[in-house]
Design a protein around this ligand. Structure first.
Ligand SMILES: Cc1cc2nc3c(=O)[nH]c(=O)nc-3n(C[C@H](O)[C@H](O)[C@H](O)COP(=O)(O)OP(=O)(O)OC[C@H]3O[C@@H](n4cnc5c(N)ncnc54)[C@H](O)[C@@H]3O)c2cc1C
Length: 398
């Protein structure tokens, strides 16, 4: 089989992390080719809320104006205790420092984000996006990486100088490198649903945590239309094929009025994990986003940290390719992003999950008390800038 060389970097996976890495590299005049197994950007219900750290990266990459024309800006978060009916509304801006440039979260589906970035990427001459290209094998030496790729025209071999594996939680690139994905899988199954229902008329904020040991849920508005993401958990031993049949029982517990009609637009069951690779770099192959680390989605930490990976990786890899830095900066990227996962991302996501489904009534009351104190005395709130800085980690040395 003949090998087709491609210039620059091959990026595997047209999710938000693959697209943002590609755009970051392309903005530095690095040729990029993005290979995606699917026929188009995947639309399954996943990330929908972007924190100021993500908004900042979107601005740096020149896509924020487009995101603002589509997304819903939100500053409110609501903690609701199902059992007692207690509702605590928090204005998130009160815990932000006055100099915060992006004092809001943005709400819209991650496939829309990927689409916006693709639009910008494909306007750049040396950037290509190839759908229906599935990476099935990988070999590398000191000068480059050869990928075997299944395409509609049969199997092809493609050689590039560098490869970025941004191919999601079930990453083929990670598997082909033989890297373990250490960590654990949570015992429960999560169900992400998109539903039209007038939550806003019943005092729900655009972002809500409904705390309950059984019927916990995350309820978030998906954008400007009145479509909402309701994510809840269920026992993973229940038959997966009957998830849809059980949705009305869960909705009955979560929805404030049973008289309103609702329409389920999408529903998707999935297992959640806390896992990370031992290294984000193997020779000329680098990993980013869910391919490198996964956490439960309760606090929206997954894509938030994947977006920072994308920004950091584009910086260090551009510097190496342009001869402005030695390869040790790739090692820094790997160690720092891995440290942030273990010390910040996964512990924060785990704490969000605990707060949602805490079984101990005393701890549940203490959680509600914390949110009440934040709502009543914003000065007592931990500065969200601290968490943002922790998620961003140390700056790349380039
Ligand atoms: C229900 C749910 C809600 C979530 N909510 C949030 C949230 O609010 N905020 C947040 O920050 N995070 C959230 N997350 C996490 C977030 O969705 C992920 O972190 C994010 O999708 C990771 O993006 P990615 O680009 O790394 O991977 P993906 O989005 O999974 O993209 C990987 C791409 O690679 C492609 N691919 C796979 N294998 C190959 C191959 N061999 N060859 C070529 N292409 C391949 C896939 O088809 C896919 O398109 C949520 C997750 C779930 C499940």
């Amino acid at each position: 089989m003949s090998v087709s060389p491609i210039e620059g970097v091959a990026i595997i996976g047209a999710g938000p992390v693959g697209f943002l890495t590609a755009l970051g590299l392309a903005r530095n005049s690095i040729p990029v080719t993005l290979l995606e197994a699917g026929p188009a950007i995947a639309e399954s219900p996943r990330a929908a809320v972007y924190f100021p750290t993500t908004v900042k990266v979107l601005d740096q990459l020149g896509v924020l104006d487009d995101a603002l024309t589509i997304g819903l800006k939100n500053i409110y978060f609501c903690f609701r205790v199902l059992e007692t009916g207690e509702i605590v509304m928090v204005d998130t801006t009160t815990s932000m420092p006055p100099e915060e440039r992006y004092p809001y979260n943005l709400h819209f589906g991650q496939h829309i984000l990927a689409g916006i970035v693709m639009d910008h990427l494909t306007r750049i001459a040396d950037a290509q996006v190839w759908f229906n290209h599935t990476v099935v094998d990988l070999e590398q030496n000191g000068s480059g990486v050869t990928l075997s790729v299944d395409t509609p025209d049969g199997r092809k071999e493609i050689r590039s100088d560098w490869v970025v594996g941004a191919d999601g939680a079930n990453s083929s690139v990670r598997r082909l490198l033989g890297l373990p994905f250490d960590g654990h899988t949570w015992p429960d199954r999560f169900v992400a649903t998109n539903v039209s229902y007038p939550f806003d008329q019943y005092g729900f904020a655009p972002a809500n945590m409904v705390a309950d040991p059984v019927n916990w849920a995350v309820v978030a508005r998906l954008g400007r239309e009145n479509l909402w993401r309701v994510t809840y958990g269920e026992d993973a031993s229940l038959p997966e094929g009957e998830v849809r049949r059980r949705i009305p029982d869960h909705y009955r517990a979560i929805m404030p009025s049973q008289d309103e009609m609702y329409e389920i637009v999408a529903a998707s069951p999935y297992r959640v994990h806390e896992r990370c690779v031992p290294t984000f770099r193997d020779g000329r192959v680098l990993l980013a986003g869910d391919a490198a680390h996964v956490c439960n989605p309760c606090g929206g930490m997954g894509l938030t940290s994947g977006v920072i990976d994308a920004k950091a990786l584009a910086q260090v890899l551009s510097a190496v390719i342009l001869g402005k830095a030695g390869e040790r900066v790739l090692g820094f990227y790997s160690e720092e992003r891995r440290r942030v996962f273990h010390e910040v991302t996964s512990p924060v996501a785990t704490e969000f999950k605990r707060r949602l489904s805490e079984k101990d009534p005393e701890k549940r009351r203490a959680d509600a008390r914390i949110f009440r104190e934040i709502a009543e005395n914003p000065k007592a709130a931990p500065q969200s800038a601290l968490l943002s800085a922790q998620i961003e980690g140390r700056p790349m040395p380039v």
